[in-house]
Write a protein that binds this ligand. Structure first.
Ligand SMILES: C[S@@+](CC[C@H](N)C(=O)[O-])C[C@H]1O[C@@H](n2cnc3c(N)ncnc32)[C@H](O)[C@@H]1O
Length: 241
């Protein structure tokens, strides 16, 4: 498996900066400020990877208020979007004034099934380049296998920290000899999105995030994203063999 290195990311610096400025302009139109889920550099990482892959269908697993759905739609305006989250079924029973603003995409399909039980293989087969984004806090290796079984080669994972979090991550599996060998068999390319600025933060009172950033400029147009730089969730792109 090819792992994208810091030097590889450094080579992408001009493209990253150009795309980041584009993304900063997109973010001016955001439907609300996200609190739980992708934000700041992590929201950009999702946008970046989707634009790199140019998927024709996106399966989103873990929707919550729909901020990532909005990012997906902005990054891939013509893609078919399939959304999975038990929250969708629960909405009639929730006090939505406590949930706050949500984004639901009128062109997306919201499914009631769990991703692993749905007809994802059938849906993916109708698309030239399907991609799945997992932000559901479930163990990542089983999710990777489910994507493979569905015929989906392009995967983006949120929350892939080596320290672990609410679930077992690929970064943890890469440290263990048997699962590392398995990942090597399954994965062709592996890219953890880097910190663009230095971070040393305690998130959600439990997760220490300490990273040396790429020292991107702090300009007025990038200030909003810079201010959210602590929300670094190791967004990771995986291309299966
Ligand atoms: C961190 S939130 C998602 C945030 C969203 N992606 C964003 O960035 O705005 C995690 C969501 O995963 C959902 N979830 C938990 N288990 C799930 C499952 N098996 N399938 C799909 N979604 C699940 C939860 O209901 C919750 O809404």
């Amino acid at each position: 498996m090819i792992v994208k290195s810091a030097a590889d990311w450094e080579q992408d610096r001009p493209r990253l900066l150009k795309k980041l400025c584009e993304f900063a302009a997109v973010m001016k139109e955001r439907p609300f400020d996200n609190e739980q889920g992708v934000r700041g550099v992590s929201a950009f990482a999702l946008y970046w990877f989707i634009q790199e892959v140019q998927p024709t269908a996106v399966f989103e697993v873990g929707v919550w208020k729909g901020f990532s759905t909005w990012i997906i739609r902005r990054a891939a305006p013509n893609a078919k979007v399939f959304c999975f989250d038990p929250i969708i079924m629960m909405e009639p029973f929730l006090d939505m004034s406590r949930v706050g603003p949500t984004y639901r995409d009128p062109a997306a399909t919201y499914l009631r099934d769990e991703f692993s039980c749905a007809n994802t293989a059938e849906l993916a087969a109708q698309s030239v380049r399907p991609l799945v984004f997992f932000d559901d806090h479930q163990n990542k290796l089983p999710r990777l296998r489910q994507a493979k079984d569905a015929g989906i080669k392009h995967i983006i994972f949120d929350d892939n920290e080596v320290a672990g979090y609410t679930h077992r991550t690929l970064e943890q599996d890469r440290l263990e000899i048997n699962s590392a060998a398995l990942l090597d068999q399954l994965i062709d390319r592996y890219e953890v999105f880097p910190a663009l600025w230095d971070i040393d933060a305690l998130l959600n009172d439990c997760l220490r995030v300490k990273e040396k950033g790429m020292d991107f400029p702090v300009t007025p147009e990038l200030m909003e994203i810079y201010n959210d730089r602590d929300w670094h969730s190791y967004v990771t792109y995986v291309r299966l063999r």
